[in-house]
Design a protein around this ligand. Sequence first.
Ligand code: GAF
Length: 403
Amino acid sequence: GAAAPEEWAVKDTVDAGELAAAFAAAYGAPPLGVWRAPGRVNLIGEHTDYNDGLVLPMALPWGVSLALSPADDATVEVRSAQRPGETAVFRTADLDPARPAVTGWAGYVAGVFWAARDAGHLHPDSGARILLDSDLPVGAALSSSAALESATLVALVDAFGLTGLAGDLPAMVRIAHRAENTFVGAPTGILDQSASLRCKEDHALFLDCRTEGARNVPLRLAEAGLRLLVIDTRVQHRLADPDSGYAARRADCERAAQRLGVAALRDVEDLAAALRELRDPVLVKRVQHVVTEIHRVNAAVGLLRAGATAQLGPVFTASHLSLRDQFEVSCPELDTAVEASVHAGARGARMTGGGFGGSAIALVPEERVDRVRTAVTEAFAARGWRAPHIRAATAAPGARRIR
Ligand code: GAF
């Protein structure tokens, strides 16, 4: 991925009142409301979503906030506090994924307008004024795209009274996901949009990506004396790049499923037999990862339910090694973050999200947080890399109106 210009630098928080005031200054009247959707870390279940598998994300305290007012001119105007001077303007009726007139960051907003219109929920004459602000880094594998889509969608549902979608979170996930796949053109699964829309505070989301069935599982990190550190390596990865490793891994999985005669790798029951049948050493590694990762999600949920939270650590680390060696989506910065964390006393650590850059998570006993932080920072410095951004995260609520 490309290095981001420094003006993307992340804020600490976004204040809803300040965003409303900035909206009023930009558009001449206060917004109807302010909505917010979180980024996520996936605790475990990586590259399983598009294999109809299981995932276990939690929402982050950092996300995208969006102030919106409907407008009666059928025109949508979008501005972002992160991109001053770049105003995107489009008409809802004109949006067409075959001729994407809106690209870049505003494409995620336009994509949601298109998907909601295309599914018959949003009237083609719908106009709006929008101002965005974010405290979630872009390209850090923390789902800034899904947060932007989800914030847009919850705002549309409320502001335009989209009764066909209100309260139906799986249907909202499908709209946001279609915006990302079909309008923006990133071939992702449903993990990120599900996390941003369906997570609950202090809970992880245990999601079956085939049935869309989900459970909010209590995450008792603080009770267990644990902190979850999010380590942004600041190596950028963009899923929408057509030549990204993400699309290649997805194609590997589809090829393997086809050869095995199953609808998706989720359906592989006898792993040893499947590996013997595949022969192709690359596909063997891919299938090994996906099938064992789905078992690790079940193990992690079992441990959480049993109150054995610290025991998630070894499962996290096993997931990382599988992503590094079998699925081959890690990178030296992620490996270093994981190794330094574990060496300094984390219970376990792993890359999170698509890989090839982005962030790692580490499960750390409270009293070792400083040690882990220092160890990771020093390991990066010793290799001549930019200092990572390390923040402790709690499980935040999903997308919602905040003003
Ligand atoms: C990215 C994708 F957007 C998700 O759908 C998922 O596949 C993830 O990578 C890997 O688990 O975040």
